[in-house]
Design a protein. Structure first.
Length: 355
């Protein structure tokens, strides 16, 4: 039976209280596998959105398929809980850990501790601002913003006003989506005015800021939600304002979301929203575990095309990112500003196959 090292240094105040009890204990009886299967840990970042609940559903399914034993925690969008959860997973014998840190600038001390302990880390959906991980499993988030821009720019005829409901700018995802959207707008649709509103990935905050924006600018004709966290609140505000009308009505406000959850696909088909970018949450779960298993087996990877129709890129020293496909989804499956889309009823979309 192999012992796993414990994170017992005092490199950061964040870990100090978490490590105190662990460093005084004896881990000699900690198992590292179950029935001969490698034991891996997965921290779920939250369980209050359809997207992350889908990830939670897919993870154990793929663990079974890949022959892995699984331990899970939930950090509830709290970096201190993530630090504590990482320690818990190590104490349980995890040989590798997958996580999706929502605050990508604050994760560095945790990654440094795990690297010192020689425990491979795969991050899902987000990429740490600093520090090293074995692999990032993600899609090109700048492309998310650009696809939303191309759709709105086309539908608005290159003129008008749109509001962008950002996530949390402490997250690389929100920054990337913002940059992709703004860069595309400036380059291709300079006559569209963008109002950017940070929401901390909070639906109530999104509703309040959207309400304020519509009051100040009643001629807003487009909304880009950087994730489906704002879906219900956005539709509620539009309904209150008498703006939740079909796409052929002159009062229609074009709405682009980002995730590809079943409700988004249904609402696109029903004409309540217009488009989304489908993040491959099923593949996030699959390849998080795939790369953890590969790390435990001592495999290495290089930039280039993969055997699962994605591309591994080197984003900086010590960081490889497997960028999975994330298609634009619309009602008609048309091409918008040169960007092709899939129909919302397409059976290849995970949101249409989730049971």
């Amino acid at each position: 039976m192999r012992r796993r090292p414990v994170l017992c240094s005092a490199a950061s105040a964040l870990f100090a209280l978490v490590l105190l009890s662990a460093c005084s204990g004896d881990l000699g009886s900690t198992a590292t596998s179950s029935g001969g299967k490698p034991l891996v840990g997965v921290d779920y970042p939250r369980s209050d959105t359809d997207f992350w609940n889908a990830y939670i559903k897919y993870t154990p399914e793929y663990a079974r398929q890949l022959g892995l034993s699984l331990r899970t925690t939930n950090s509830q969008n709290d970096i201190a809980k993530l630090a504590a959860n990482a320690q818990t997973l190590i104490l349980q014998g995890a040989e590798g850990i997958a996580m999706a840190p929502q605050s990508t600038f604050a994760i560095a001390p945790i990654l440094a501790q795990l690297q010192a302990a020689k425990i491979p880390v795969v991050t899902i959906d987000t990429r740490p601002d600093t520090g090293k991980v074995y692999m990032v499993v993600r899609a090109d988030n700048r492309a998310y913003g650009e696809k939303a821009c191309r759709y709105l720019g086309t539908e608005l005829g290159g003129k008008g006003k749109v509001v962008m409901l950002q996530g949390d700018l402490s997250s690389i995802n929100s920054r990337d989506r913002t940059e992709g959207f703004n860069t595309c707008m400036k380059a291709n649709y300079p006559d569209i005015k963008v109002f950017a509103e940070a929401t901390n990935w909070d639906g109530d905050v999104a509703a309040q800021k959207l309400q304020t924006a519509l009051t100040a600018h009643p001629d807003i004709k487009g909304i880009y939600m950087q994730a489906s966290f704002a879906l219900s609140s956005t539709l509620h505000v539009l309904r209150q304002q008498g703006l939740l009308v079909g796409p052929k009505d002159p009062k229609h406000v074009f709405v682009v979301s980002n995730d590809g959850i079943p409700r988004e696909l249904r609402y696109i088909s029903d004409g309540e929203i217009d488009a989304t970018v489908s993040q491959p949450v099923d593949l996030y779960a699959k390849y998080a575990l795939y790369y953890l298993k590969a790390a435990i087996d001592g495999k290495t990877f290089r930039p280039g095309r993969t055997d699962h129709e994605s591309t591994i890129v080197r984003v900086r020293d010590g960081i490889l990112e497997d960028q999975l496909s994330a298609p634009l989804v619309t009602a008609d499956g048309g091409t918008y500003g040169g960007v092709p889309s899939l129909r919302s009823t397409d059976t290849s979309l995970w949101g249409n196959s989730l049971g």
